[in-house]
Design a protein around this ligand. Structure first.
Ligand code: ATP
Ligand code: MG
Length: 501
């Protein structure tokens, strides 16, 4: 199948101080999966938002099914058959699955009354076509991230989409859910749908895509046939150099114990979790998504209450803290999802209200202005955060740059213990190693560091010791020679088998 279903031609889009897209051209064939890659802030999401009618380009054309097309807005795009599945999901949690699938396009009779039966049965059909395990009446807020994503994908069925765009779809999916998603993508592809796939995960890109277009600073660097290229070539086009896959580990020079967790349990989430971490130590928590790692550290940080167990902080037993108390004691938790948790969670109501307008300045906690600026500059360059300046609103940063900023914010607070939950999720390949270096640097400064990661090379590369977690339990602890891929896989998969069998 070589018919071009969509052509973007000479698209230019600027924001104050940034040319996000500069004469971008790209074509998508019916039945192909076309990867769009580039560093954080390269313009990927912006390009897709232009295509989906969320932004208006200053220049350029969208040629869709052979015709120059004006996309008036997201709903117009959906009606025309162009569907964007967002980097951050965008569903209404209070509404039902059916209402969400047809959000903004509910079927009504001539008096404007909602045709509930029709809505429900159409939604049901779309869900069935995808093999979803849940029905149209469920409230979306009660569904897992993967299921919510399926609700968004169900719109592709419901609106008979011809072009579907996935913006970093696998960030919060378990391996099984990812395989399910790939299955769905393959069936869309088989039906002749053109798919645009944005990801920072090279292995996925080489697994699922047919062609790859590389964006850099808003400009197309080229389009490659996936089968005829390799990771090195793509990386070089993205960031202008190749990467060594070499990890920097902090010197193993440990001080006093900072935190000890004893027999922490919470029904349905994790059971009898015990571990400790010392000054200067990087403790890795490996496990598959859903293993209970995030829930366990959130409990340490006071976001959740444990049913039983206790915390020992710097040698003394402490009462379960609130997040505010945890911060005051010197704990920091950099959560995995930036928008929902990274900025909101740890602040009071007043600050939360002003959150959407928060400037980089005010978010960098209370420091004097000069120091604040110096700190901002330090992290901006260390993590190559792409902003127009310290006053740019966080909400205007690209997804990956928001993530880097959340990290910087916590580092500025000068913690004793820092917990990093999937610190490189959504981060481009070039900046990943900068974050790994930073982790080593923090440990060498004497911080205790806990790193949660589903990426095995990462967790092995940065940690001194790794705990394997599965189904809410710690199923292995490895250091030195024992700390290797084989042992981690064994620990996790043996436990899962025995849990099932
Ligand atoms: N609403 C906005 N206002 C101002 N600038 C914006 C806005 N949206 C995006 N930008 C800027 O446009 C550039 C491209 O951002 P975009 O979100 O497209 O990047 P991306 O390639 O999707 O990155 P990531 O991999 O981090 O998601 C960035 O410099 C970003 O700060
Ligand atoms: Mg993006």
């Amino acid at each position: 199948m070589n018919d071009i279903i969509l052509q973007l031609s000479g698209i230019t889009k600027t924001f104050p101080g940034v040319t996000a897209l500069d004469q971008v051209s790209l074509d998508v064939r019916a039945g192909e999966v076309h990867a769009l890659v580039g560093e954080n802030g390269a313009g990927k999401s912006t390009l897709m938002k232009v295509l989906a009618g969320l932004y208006k380009a200053e220049q350029g054309d969208i040629i869709y099914q052979g015709r120059t097309t004006d996309v008036a807005g997201p709903l117009d795009a959906r009606r025309k058959g162009i569907l964007l599945i967002h980097q951050e999901l965008s569903l209404a949690p209070e509404l039902s699955v059916a209402e969400n699938i047809y959000l903004g396009a509910w079927p009504t009779n001539r008096f404007g009354v909602l045709k509930k039966r029709e809505l429900r049965s159409k939604a049901q059909a779309a869900l069935q076509a995808l093999g979803c395990a849940f029905g149209p009446d469920v409230r979306v807020g009660t569904l897992s991230v993967a299921m919510q994503q399926m609700v968004e994908i169900a719109r592709a069925e419901a609106f008979s989409a011809s072009v579907v765009i996935f913006d970093e779809p696998t960030a919060s999916l378990t391996d099984t859910e990812k395989e399910q998603l790939f299955h769905t993508i393959r069936s869309l592809k088989a039906r002749g749908v053109g798919i645009i796939y944005i990801s920072h995960k090279m292995d996925e890109i080489f697994q699922i895509t047919d062609r790859i277009t590389v964006l850099r600073d808003g400009q197309v660097q080229g389009t490659l046939e996936t089968a005829q290229s390799d990771v090195n070539q793509v990386t070089r086009m993205m960031i202008g150099r190749t990467l060594d896959t070499y990890f920097v580990k902090a010197k193993a020079d440990f001080g006093a114990e900072v935190l000890r967790v004893e027999g922490l349990s919470k029904a349905g989430l994790f059971n009898d979790v015990s571990f400790s971490v010392r000054e200067g130590e990087v403790l890795g928590l490996y496990g598959l998504v859903g293993a209970g790692r995030s829930e366990a550290v959130e409990t340490v940080f006071g976001v959740r209450r444990a049913d039983s167990g206790q915390l020992v902080w710097k040698g003394g037993v402490i009462a379960p803290p609130t997040p505010r108390q945890a911060i005051d004691m010197g704990m920091a938790l950099v959560p995995e999802s930036r928008k929902e948790q990274g900025l909101v969670l740890m602040m009071g109501g007043r600050e939360n209200t002003s959150l959407p307008h928060l400037s980089l300045f005010s978010a960098l906690s209370v420091m004097n202005r000069a120091k604040e600026l110096a700190t901002f500059e330090k992290y901006r360059s260390a993590l190559s955060i792409k902003t127009t300046g310290p006053d740019q609103e966080v909400s205007q940063l690209s997804g990956g740059n928001q993530q880097k900023f959340v990290l910087a914010k916590w580092l500025c607070a000068g913690p004793k213990l820092i917990i990093l939950d999937e610190p490189t999720r959504g981060i481009d390949v070039g900046s990943k190693s900068a974050i790994h270096e930073l982790i080593a640097e923090l440990a060498e400064q004497g911080l205790a560091v806990i790193v949660i990661s589903s990426e095995m090379p990462e967790v092995l590369g940065v940690s001194h010791r790794v705990l394997a977690m599965s189904e809410g339990e710690i199923v292995g602890s490895f250091e030195g020679q024992e700390m290797n891929e084989e042992n981690l896989i064994d620990a996790v998969s043996y436990h899962r088998q025995s849990a099932v069998g």
